[in-house]
Design a binder for this molecule. Structure first.
Ligand code: HEM
Length: 501
């Protein structure tokens, strides 16, 4: 039984919540500023229970009633939802940096609690963010442009091993390819970040990193209640503990790698992204640029972001590509025919083949569009009062970019729900570059994916190599419904893999 004092505390807390809810509502209704309209939600939890199994579709249904920009609440956070190419472009490009922040959700707080420093991907917009983004982009550029063959070799080897493993495991008995694809992608990212000479097959680090990612994906998915309702940590303390432990495990691995690199660092022979960071740290000390220091902990946070963002997205995109090929055998046949005629079976596909593997490229683009694995991107945040589509947006409002509404906008794509790779080809059989600009799988503006170029290399080599080596068939019916999270995952489908060589 509750005593009188506890009962009073609960009643006061509930009254407080109701009053703050009423205050927020009247602020929207009676202000002389023009705020967007929106559906009615619940106190405390806001619109979370109304988002359903597939939030982007519900967000699109509300768009039909309230227009391209409308307001909702995510737990205790006021939010606006931005739909369609024009409005997303306005929010990410025209509005400058007004919406380039990130909300301080529970996940961002957990990441920050390690050092007190903002995380890069989940941290908000600041001069330190701008500096860190420049350093990350420079390090990635070094290995995706200047030393592209370094990445190509790593991905090629991993793709060949993956093809062999899949055939060995699934040529007689259908099964889920998720674990093997995850290990292949994790080992690619591991070598790019920490060194090509790593014996990744034997390295338990890769498995620890890969296994932790699923939990992080679930925790940070849009609409994840514990992320947007901080008080839930007292109801489900275990969830937060799991996230913290995963973080600690990862940090330990990265610390070991960074310390090893310190001992063997040679500025005239940069071996990987960690070396590129060490080099940048040295240069910053010499330049003394505005007091920004690339500390060991900042390096670890950046490496963590690159490996988590890079592994999860690439693994899931590769699984989606294979699943669509198994579900659409005629498309799979046409991709294999193209690869056989342009590349043959004697050598692996290379990036230099890309301009001639146009249908293969159109398939990659169409799967990325139709699935839209980050359908509401990462959450953005208004760092100042601003406007979008004529509506006022207050500072400290969460900004949800409904990227699914961009990749499924009927006036651009005609039949957005149909899988039709040819839509990305012009009449003369080239890639339709103007249409590419309307599909935004990597986002737009200041917060656009920093690993876009690496992701494109990884996906192209992995997919074309798998298509060259293997044939994929579904055992049972195709289920193309995604499982929601931060990155949308395919259902565990049973697939058989035959050798094509
Ligand atoms: C198929 C692969 C990938 C897709 C579809 C993808 C997509 C995205 C999207 C939509 C965002 C959020 C943009 C926004 O907030 O507006 C993002 C952010 C990010 N991505 Fe990727 N990504 C992929 C692969 C990668 C790879 C390989 C890396 C690392 C090497 C990476 C690193 C990051 C980082 C660090 C951010 C945070 C950027 C920031 O906050 O400024 N991504 N990505």
């Amino acid at each position: 039984m509750l005593d009188f004092n506890s009962l009073c505390a609960i009643v006061i807390a509930i009254l407080g919540l109701i009053l703050s809810y009423c205050y927020i509502q009247q602020k929207w209704i009676f202000s002389d500023r023009k705020y967007p309209d929106g559906p009615w939600g619940f106190p405390v939890v806001g619109h979370l229970p109304l988002l359903g199994k597939f939030p982007p579709k519900q967000l699109m249904a509300w768009r039909k009633i309230y227009g391209d920009v409308y307001r909702i609440r995510l737990g205790s956070w006021p939010a606006i939802v931005v739909n369609g190419y024009a409005a997303v472009k306005e929010a990410t490009l025209t509005a400058g940096d007004a919406f380039s922040g990130r909300p301080d959700f529970v996940s961002a707080q957990v990441l920050r609690s390690r050092t007190g420093d903002e995380d890069f991907a989940f941290g908000t917009f600041s001069p330190a963010y701008v500096k860190q983004r420049k350093l990350l982009a420079q390090a990635l550029r070094m290995f995706t442009y200047t030393r592209q063959s370094f990445v190509e070799e790593i991905v090629d080897t991993a793709a060949k091993n993956l093809g062999k493993t899949l055939v060995a495991k699934f040529s007689k008995l259908a099964g889920s390819l998720a674990d093997d694809v995850q290990f292949a992608v994790a080992s690619i990212m591991y070598q790019i970040l920490y060194g090509k000479s790593k014996q990744v097959d034997k390295d338990k680090h890769v498995r620890v990193i890969a296994n932790g990612l699923e939990e992080i994906n679930r925790f940070t998915g849009s609409g994840s209640p514990i992320d947007v309702m901080p008080w839930l940590r007292y109801v489900m303390p275990g969830k937060l503990e799991t996230l913290r432990n995963l973080q600690c495990e990862s940090d330990k691995i990265m610390l070991t790698e960074v310390e090893e690199h310190y001992k063997t660092f040679d500025k005239d022979n940069l071996r990987d992204i960690t070396d590129a960071f060490l080099n940048a740290a040295e240069q910053l000390k010499q330049d003394d640029e505005g007091g920004y220091e690339l500390t060991k902990m900042r390096m670890i946070m950046s490496l963590f972001d690159l490996q988590s963002a890079g592994i999860d997205t690439t693994q899931k995109m590769t699984l989606w590509l294979v699943l669509y090929m198994a579900a659409y055998p005629a498309v799979q046949g046409r991709v294999q025919e193209e690869i056989d005629s342009v590349v043959g079976q004697e050598r692996p596909p290379a990036l230099a083949d890309k301009p001639r593997l146009v249908y293969t490229e159109a398939v990659i683009q169409e799967v990325m569009r139709i699935v839209t694995i980050l359908p509401v991107s990462l959450p953005h945040y208004a760092i100042e009062d601003s406007k979008i589509c004529g509506y006022h947006v207050d500072k400290d409002t969460v900004v949800i970019l409904n990227m699914f509404s961009v990749s499924h906008e009927a006036k651009v794509w005609d039949d957005p729900d149909n899988f039709r790779p040819e839509r990305f080809l012009t009449e003369s059989g080239e890639i339709n570059t103007s249409l590419l600009g309307h599909s935004l799988p990597f986002g737009l503006g200041r917060r656009r994916c920093v690993g876009e170029q690496l992701a494109k290399i990884n996906l192209f080599i992995l997919f074309s190599s798998l298509m060259q080596q293997c044939h994929f068939t579904l055992s049972g019916s195709a289920d193309l419904t995604p499982i929601p999270g931060l990155v949308y995952t395919p259902e565990n489908c049973n697939i058989m893999v035959q050798n094509r060589n």
